[in-house]
Design a protein around this ligand. Structure first.
Ligand code: TYD
Ligand code: MG
Length: 469
């Protein structure tokens, strides 16, 4: 073995490092994920001890008040949805990881960002290790015109990339993708944990050292195959996940970690023939195509960060012919649905244990906020009792184990969003109702428990019994 090199075992799933091989990873509990890697002792210690920006030489403690925080400089990406997720734009010198399944549109999104930023006259370097220059050109032609301040490079060798960045001094660098980058001194293959970690360390130094903003694309692959971007999450400033159904045209960009803004924000895009288009009003988008006058359908409101999103919850409850009734939940938590159905059975005496139940959040979006509980409850009751809930009724609230409807945060924003979209009645927790004094143009019905919620939708004008046909 060469001098200075040593062998370590890395979990290919979470990056856990061990001196010897193990069957099960103590970090992520996955089996058979340890792979032997030859690493350079020197490079590991250098990346393992990265100095945070501004920490150089500051070995004596300083009072907080004595530190001058310069206003962070933010650059708009020209896409409002992306700016929102980033917390108001790109921060100079930040390292941003964009993760997501293959083919979801990461390269397209970043190329569009490059286009917008290059139009502002910034020097951008787009480094691709996956596609040839011609392929990028073909994609770019679908997106639109580009300015000359966008430069492309097809390269995977980190030393060359470092040299090019030092020479060209771009303001923004895009790396597509981190799994293709490699450092020659490290023996393991590109995409392995040590290569990915080392490459990220290099880009971290570039970002913090020169104030360049670096976007890094990371693929989410099946665990155990190659190092997923999870290992990188600790190292970067911002982690964005691009998700969505490949068969649906919309895509959701979700902030999972953000050192310069709040997380939980989402940006909604739609994949079109000419790249990704922003969806400014996702509620309208999610509700399009809603059935009218059908039982088992109700509109609920969930918050994604600071933004309320209205969505249709559908339930189909029918007699079961199995010993174990079938229950499925699409877009929400299965266990939560089972729990809510048990609550209905116990507290309202609705016989559900011999029924199959299928719950679906229409539009393919995933919502786990407890505020959609009331929506699930009403959709199940609506389907079971064949009760049509009026199209202009919306509901939100958390349901507890004794059937009580509990308060949720940001009630006002939710009601305002419902009002904006033309809803006439809002069923909400009583405590939230009391907090909202003036609200014109929408009828607010405060409910304390599921029984009251059911009564509310049964009232004339809110819900009617379905016609049998
Ligand atoms: P891509 O951005 O390459 O995904 P990733 O980098 O995440 O692997 O491609 C996304 C998909 O979008 C691809 O299958 C082709 C499609 N697409 C469009 O529908 N319209 C477009 O304008 C572009 C550029 C791509
Ligand atoms: Mg790509």
């Amino acid at each position: 073995m060469a001098k200075g090199k040593t062998t370590v075992y890395f979990c290919q799933s979470c990056g856990y490092e061990s001196a010897k091989w193990m069957g099960q990873c103590p970090g992520c509990r996955e089996w058979n994920t340890f792979a032997e890697e030859l690493i350079d002792k020197k490079s590991v210690s250098s990346s393992g001890k990265l100095k945070p920006a501004g920490a150089s030489g500051a070995s004596s403690p300083v009072p907080l008040s004595a530190i001058q925080a310069a206003d962070e400089e933010r650059t708009t990406t020209g896409m409002k949805e992306l700016d929102r997720v980033l917390g108001g734009g790109i921060v100079k010198g930040s390292l941003i990881l964009v993760g997501g399944d293959p083919g979801i549109g990461k390269s397209t999104l970043l190329l569009q960002v490059c286009r917008n930023l290059s139009m502002q006259g910034r020097l951008i370097l787009y480094i691709s290790g996956e596609e040839s220059l011609q392929q990028i050109k073909i994609r770019a032609e679908r997106i639109g015109d580009f300015s000359d301040s966008l430069e492309l490079l097809c390269e995977t060798n980190l030393d060359i990339i470092q040299e090019v960045i030092a020479r060209r001094k771009p303001q923004i660098v895009v790396i597509d993708s981190i799994q293709t980058m490699y450092k020659e001194e490290i023996a393991s293959a590109p995409g392995s944990v040590s290569q990915v970690r080392e490459s990220t360390g290099v880009f971290l130094q570039i970002a913090k050292g020169t104030g360049t903003t670096v976007f890094v694309v990371g693929h989410v692959t099946k665990e155990g195959m190659v190092a997923g971007p999870r290992v990188l999450e600790h190292m970067v400033d911002t982690v964005l996940y691009f998700e969505g159904d490949r068969y649906e045209s919309y895509r959701i960009l979700r902030g999972v970690k953000n050192r310069f803004g709040s997380t939980n924000e989402i940006g909604v895009f739609e994949m079109q023939g000419s790249g990704l288009a922003e969806v400014e009003n996702p509620s309208e988008y999610m509700l399009s195509g809603r059935p009218e006058g059908a039982s088992g359908s109700v509109v609920a409101c969930s918050m994604e960060g600071t933004r309320p999103i209205l969505l249709e919850i559908q339930a189909l409850v029918c007699h079961s012919y199995f010993n174990n009734p079938r229950r499925t939940a699409t877009g929400t938590d299965y266990n939560r649905v089972s729990l809510l159905m048990a609550v209905l059975e116990k507290r309202l005496g609705v016989q559900l244990s011999d029924c199959d139940a299928y719950i679906n959040i229409a539009g393919g979006i995933r919502m786990n906020e407890p505020a959609v509980d009331l929506g699930i409850v009403l959709a199940v009751l609506s389907s079971k009792m064949d009760l049509i809930i009026s199209d202009d009724t919306i509901c939100f609230g958390e349901v507890g184990l004794s059937g009580e409807v509990r308060g949720v945060s940001m009630a006002e924003q939710r009601v305002l969003e419902a009002k904006k979209l033309g809803f006439k009645t809002c069923i909400l927790p009583k405590v939230c109702r009391e907090g909202l004094t003036r609200m014109e143009g929408i009828r607010l019905v405060g409910v304390r428990n599921v029984k009251e919620a059911l009564d509310a939708v049964r009232q004339p004008g809110t819900g009617t019994a379905a016609k049998k046909f």
